[in-house]
Design a protein around this ligand. Structure first.
Ligand code: C2E
Ligand code: CA
Ligand code: CA
Length: 697
């Protein structure tokens, strides 16, 4: 069968007479159908199950299983979806009757009038197509109503009856006895809202106009407090003797109200510390320079990293880590307040952004040092003394301009440089000519050689679908095998590659290698989705689309197996351009994932604005999911929206069965993390996928 064949409408002709079969096949093939044949009812049902044809032609009289029984069986398997045309003897009214009873769509008499047959087939296919579309529309509407939590009601004011649509119980909460009068309804409504709701109903009853009320239903047994809106209007009757009716729709908006609050909150705040997030931080800096009274003032922007925070997390546990972060935030807050802070934000897992007003470079440096000194004293976590060491990079508006993003990004780069060079603080260079060294090693020189001498390789970390517990994808992660230093982690060298501008070259290599591997797996009957990380600088450059196209074309990789992971921040500086590029990538068939979702700069707004396929929930959330309720609420809000937009959600950094269970319960679709496996070199990953068995959790 050539691939084009599969796109033709497929017909299945079931007849015991070989000549009829041949003729039917010859005539209908000419009309552009693919025709499958079966010699009796039994074979017909089997062929139906195996091939799911678009239409069946079925003889009634056959040895073995006859056409009526076969028709009945197909209907059991498939409902009314597939049209069945029965071939009956002429004038045989009884079998025509039986055929319809068995579920036939139409009939045609033997001997077959072939032009008529072709016409009937066309007609039956067309109406079944229309039916399918109509069913699809109805299903989508029902789903939309369910997702929106929308139902209907009708109040007859004279008879004092209140009626509800069928799904009302589901929507209002099934612990609730549906109110059948207005008084019943008011009795259920939260006392504080009761009077207002009653008056709204009476007003519409008496004077017409529109009803639009929102009220609370207090806690039920199973459900918490629910928020309901009712909108409606008075039915305008010509006949004044008719009773007054008011009718309309109601909606359970509890989830979307909570989600909305969550969207607002996530958009500007960090849950754990209550500090601003990166988005708000950017805004604070922008507002500072926009205000006439501070437009000419000096500003220091610092990027502060807690150097050994992971050690604390590992040694004392995640909840202690959280407690430490909250205390650090608190101290930074009071120390910077006295230094005149303009903004303080948590901009990453263990990273803080600080904006301080200052008049000179010397003053800036002094204020930063004094603020950081507040972290020198030990913290007390669970009766234990904990020391943190910090490392900060900073920029100054007098030297680096007034644009928030460059100020922040250069401070971040300076922080990374400070760490690798062992400084506590470092000011970003004024001209962009950073020089790098790791101790005595010249990283830049080594990195230039690394690509030619094939020191880069990719490791792959599996991603498991929680439905079916199968490995459905992998994330490719770059590794640098340094001849002397051994394996260098990507966080240490990718920023250097970015600064050197080498990231485009190395990124192109990653794309080529990942696409090559995706094709190898796909050819081996293991069609894994392969995710490729893009650094913001790659995403902002103009080469991206051409590079990825070159990679898939070179290796003949199916584009739907290629997922591009993008992060926040830089890439989102120009949302219009990002949307355009993402749209273009997805139109070409690639998948797009938002990486590290939920921290810092990200917000649910992405879900609503950017055309994406996948959200990767950041490890920080997953780590805390088992003990922090707010994190669960945030994840739930993310997965709920993702589900209604049909996006995939991947929980990252799942390390334990418990975290896995939680993520499943919260509605994530896939998990990735040490619980399944660390990132592996290709042969080990292939073996893992081959042998993968995971007890359902
Ligand atoms: P990422 O994209 O967030 O990748 C996930 C990181 O989390 C990986 O670190 C992975 O090894 C680690 N991880 C996975 N599961 C767990 C877990 O259960 N527990 C813990 N503690 N960690 C887990 P890795 O490989 O060191 O990569 C770090 C970052 O480097 C990546 O973060 C990504 O931003 C960047 N990166 C890696 N490869 C590339 C690449 O080819 N291109 C670009 N531009 N960036 C890359
Ligand atoms: Ca990633
Ligand atoms: Ca990630």
């Amino acid at each position: 069968m050539s691939p084009t064949d599969t796109r033709l409408p497929t017909l299945l002709a079931v007849d015991d007479d070989p000549t009829t079969r041949k003729l039917v096949q010859a005539v209908l093939s000419k009309q552009g159908y693919r025709v499958l044949l079966a010699p009796d009812g039994q074979a017909g049902v089997e062929a139906f199950t195996a091939n799911r044809p678009d239409l069946i032609l079925m003889d009634v009289q056959m040895p073995g299983m006859n056409g009526f029984d076969a028709c009945g069986l197909v209907r059991q398997l498939d409902g009314d979806a597939t049209p069945i045309i029965m071939l009956t003897g002429s004038e045989d009214l009884e079998s025509i009757e039986r055929a319809f009873n068995a579920g036939a769509t139409d009939f045609i008499t033997k001997p077959i009038n072939f032009p008529l047959l072709a016409q009937r087939v066309r007609y039956a296919l067309r109406s079944s197509q229309l039916n399918r579309e109509l069913r699809g529309v109805r299903q989508r509407q029902a789903a939309a109503r369910r997702i929106a939590g929308l139902g209907f009601w009708d109040w007859n004011a004279e008879a004092n009856t209140l009626e509800w649509s069928d799904d009302a119980t589901d929507l209002l909460g099934d612990d609730l006895q549906l109110p059948t009068t207005l008084a019943d309804l008011l009795f259920l409504v939260h006392p504080a809202d009761r009077n207002r709701v009653g008056q709204a109903f009476q007003a519409v009853r008496e004077t017409g106009g529109k009803l639009d009320v929102e009220f609370r239903l207090p806690d039920g047994e199973a459900a918490g407090e629910r928020i309901i809106t009712m909108t409606g209007e008075r039915a305008e009757e010509d006949d004044p003797m008719q009773p007054v009716r008011v009718f309309g729709a109601f909606q359970n908006v509890t989830d979307s109200r909570h989600t909305q609050a969550m969207v607002d909150y996530l958009a500007l705040h960090d849950e754990l510390t209550g500090l601003a997030n990166r988005r708000l931080f950017v805004r604070q800096i922008r507002d500072f320079f926009a205000a006439p009274e501070t437009a000419q003032a000096g500003l220091l922007v610092g990027w502060i990293d807690l150097a050994r925070f992971n050690r604390v997390n590992e040694a004392l546990g995640e909840s202690s880590g959280d407690a430490l972060l909250a205390q650090v935030a608190q101290r930074l807050k009071s120390a910077s307040a006295s230094a005149g802070h303009v903004g303080l934000a948590r901009v990453g897992g263990d990273e803080f952004g600080l904006a301080l007003r200052c008049r000179s470079e010397a003053e800036a440096e002094d204020k930063l040092q004094r603020t950081l000194q507040a972290l020198d004293l030990p913290f007390v976590i669970n009766d234990q003394e904990v020391f943190v060491s910090v490392c900060a990079g900073w920029t100054l508006s007098m030297h680096h301009g007034q644009e928030p993003e460059p100020l922040i990004n250069q401070a971040m780069d300076a922080q990374q440089q400070a760490r690798s060079q062992g400084f506590k603080t470092l000011k970003a260079p004024q001209s962009a000519s950073p020089s790098r060294s790791f101790g005595s090693l010249d990283v830049e020189l080594d990195l230039r050689k690394a690509l030619q001498s094939q020191q880069f390789c990719l490791h792959y970390q599996p991603q498991m679908a929680l439905r079916g517990n199968r490995i459905v994808g992998v994330e490719s992660l770059l590794r640098w095998q340094h001849p002397v230093r051994g394996m260098v982690p990507p966080v240490q060298f990718i920023p250097v590659l970015e600064d050197m501008g080498l990231i485009h070259e190395v990124g192109a290599w990653v794309m080529g290698e990942a696409c090559r591997q995706a094709k190898v797996w796909s050819d081996a009957g293991m069609p894994l989705r392969v995710a490729i990380n893009l650094s913001p600088r790659q995403f902002m450059g103009n080469e991206l689309f051409g590079q990825i196209e070159a990679a898939v074309q070179a290796h003949q990789t199916p584009r739907h197996l290629v997922e591009l992971e993008i992060t926040e921040g830089l890439a989102m500086q120009d949302p219009d351009r990002a949307i355009e590029l993402l749209t273009r990538l997805r139109a070409a068939g690639y998948k797009v994932a938002i990486d590290d979702f939920g921290i810092g700069y990200s917000s649910l707004e992405y879900l609503l604005r950017f055309p994406i396929d996948t959200i990767k929930i950041d490890r920080a959330f997953v780590m805390r999911v088992t003990d922090t309720e707010t994190d669960r609420a945030v994840i739930r809000a993310i997965t709920a929206i993702a589900q209604s937009l049909q996006l995939t959600t991947i929980a990252e950094g799942v390390e334990t069965q418990r975290q896995c269970d939680f993520m499943e319960a919260l509605g994530a679709s896939e998990i990735q993390g040490y619980f399944i496996s660390k990132p592996l070199p290709e042969p080990a990953l292939t073996a893992l996928v081959r042998d993968f068995k995971h007890a359902p959790g």
